[in-house]
Ligand binder design. Structure first.
Ligand SMILES: *[C@@H]1O[C@H](CO)[C@@H](O)[C@H](O)[C@H]1NC(C)=O
Length: 338
């Protein structure tokens, strides 16, 4: 993650320097009161508009959603219909996989971080977890929990935030009946570097202007979002060739293409969790059970080619490791409970 952060730092430092001199004085004298009066939802929408212009969305384009509400305590609510392209199977009949829901949890809970402080730091993910709700009959089949078109509400609450770390809890409910469908947790490491923090704290009233001047990604991101929804998420991941010569292991090599990247140029956390779930399911192929809960720990940036490997862990769990093919460094680890 560190290399990616460096790149972001440099980009924002350039912004800050470009913009700082002429606008800082103006900003301090004139816009104080206006800044104070922006609602949290307006602040978040501005943040999203600006990052949309300056950072390539990559795989995030598939999960494009918009915030509906932000409370004073940084609870972010998104109301949405389960989109077809995020479901699997013919015409989405298999419903939305847990790893895809976890990616939505990732983005939405990140917004709780952004609205919770003046520096508006999105940070990087360290740990993510998602579980289907369990009823007395166990977990219902995925296709019945999140079929395409179901109207859901995803809410992220900020549990704790320190200078460096933040902790969010997320819930997914049926928007009409309020029935709890799934829950998640997210831990983030926040520091973004001086350039970013200065721009988003002190020059925020001018962030729109600055991003209009230097941002080149907006149109490309619009096209990405439009294109992303025309293809199913699994076709964006592509075919995987599982090795046949290893017993008790499902292993494949995955080439990280631009569409699989995050804004910092590494493999998107969502692409990692979808890939990890595919490996876990490949290992469990032949059994009827589906994933009940999963979690991922993100350790370093995924680049080039990534090897995904699933094997049986302790107490019936499936453990998945993503490694860089070159050098073998661990990118992330997932644990799946079926
Ligand atoms: C990750 O998920 C596994 C399987 O559900 C669970 O046993 C484990 O406690 C989880 N890890 C954390 C840190 O929550």
């Amino acid at each position: 993650m560190v290399e990616g952060l460096d790149r972001v730092r440099v980009i924002y430092l350039v912004f800050a320097v470009l913009a700082a001199a002429p606008v800082a004085i103006y900003s301090f004298s004139r816009v104080r009161s206006k800044k104070m009066s922006l609602s949290k939802l307006e602040v978040l929408n501005t943040f999203l508009r600006v990052t949309h212009k300056v950072m390539p969305l990559g795989f995030g384009a598939l999960f494009h959603v918009v915030p509906s509400e932000v409370s004073k305590s940084n609870k972010v609510t998104v109301r949405m219909k389960v989109p077809n392209h995020l479901c699997i199977g013919p015409a989405g009949s298999g419903g939305m996989p847990l790893s895809v829901l976890m990616s939505l949890f990732d983005d939405i809970s990140t917004w709780s971080c952004v609205t919770s402080e003046a520096k508006k730091r999105p940070g990087v993910s360290v740990f993510l977890e998602a579980k289907w709700r369990a009823t007395s009959d166990g977990v219902p089949p995925r296709a019945t929990i999140l079929p395409p078109g179901r109207e859901v509400r995803i809410e992220s609450s900020m549990m704790k935030r320190g200078r460096q770390m933040s902790f969010m809890n997320i819930e997914c409910r049926d928007d009409k009946s309020d029935e709890l469908l799934a829950e998640g947790r997210h831990t983030k490491f926040l520091p973004m570097g001086f350039g970013y923090e200065f721009l988003f704290e002190h020059l925020f009233p001018f962030a729109d202007l600055i991003s209009k001047a230097v941002g080149k990604e907006g149109k490309r991101n619009d096209r990405l979002i439009e294109g992303a929804s025309k293809k199913s998420i699994m076709s964006h991941i592509g075919e995987l060739k599982w090795s046949e010569d290893k017993v008790g292991v499902a292993e494949a090599t995955f080439k990280v293409l631009p569409i699989h990247k995050n804004p910092m140029g590494g493999m998107h956390g969502g692409a990692q969790s979808v890939l990890a779930q595919l490996a876990a399911e490949e290992l469990m192929k032949g059994t009827k059970v589906g994933v009940k809960e999963m979690n991922m720990t993100y350790m370093s940036m995924g680049k080039g080619e990534v090897i995904v490997e699933a094997s049986q862990g302790g107490s019936g769990d499936v453990k998945v490791t993503l490694r860089r093919k070159k050098g073998g460094g661990v990118v992330s680890e997932g644990v799946f409970n079926f």
